[in-house]
Design a protein. Structure first.
Ligand code: DQA
Length: 139
């Protein structure tokens, strides 16, 4: 399947950013792992990371008619972005939401996710492995 993997703001800082929460492995390692898992599962994967909400909306819109599935870690936009929720609703592409950390057991404000309102599945608290599980969902 053709899968678009979207990573939101500050995930490019993995390895440096709060390693106690997000781990010591860097973003390049995450991307390499995603590419490896996708190829093992026979998926054709495209990776996109942005720190900008509008760019994420643009990439979701451009996915219409092109991708069979979206894996998204919207990062902080999870908890704030009606625009990303609306873009996902607009394109109607099956979406799996991933979070490295367990957003249900951290700050109160992280418990609410706009993207969960449209996601077929939400995977959180499994670190990098969550992306593998998300790719497996599309088998
Ligand atoms: C995150 C959780 C969010 O609350 C946070 O803002 C992130 C990363 C995660 O992967 O655990 O940036 O999406």
């Amino acid at each position: 399947m053709k899968i678009l993997v979207i990573n939101g703001p500050n995930l490019n800082m993995l390895g440096i950013r709060e390693p106690d929460i997000y781990g010591k492995q860097d973003f390049k390692t995450l991307e390499a792992s995603i590419r490896k898992w996708a190829s093992e599962l026979g998926h054709d994967v495209t990776l996109f990371q942005s720190n900008h909400e509008g760019e994420i909306v643009d990439v979701i819109q451009a996915a219409y008619g092109v991708y069979d599935g979206i894996v998204i870690n919207p990062a902080a936009y999870t908890h704030t972005s009606v625009a990303i929720l609306d873009a996902l609703k607009a394109v109607g592409i099956p979406t799996v939401e991933v979070h490295l950390s367990d957003i249900n057991n951290r700050d109160e404000f992280r418990k609410f996710s706009y993207v969960s309102m449209v996601a077929k599945k939400t995977i959180c608290g499994l670190g990098f492995d969550g992306y593998r599980k998300a790719l497996e969902w599309f088998e």
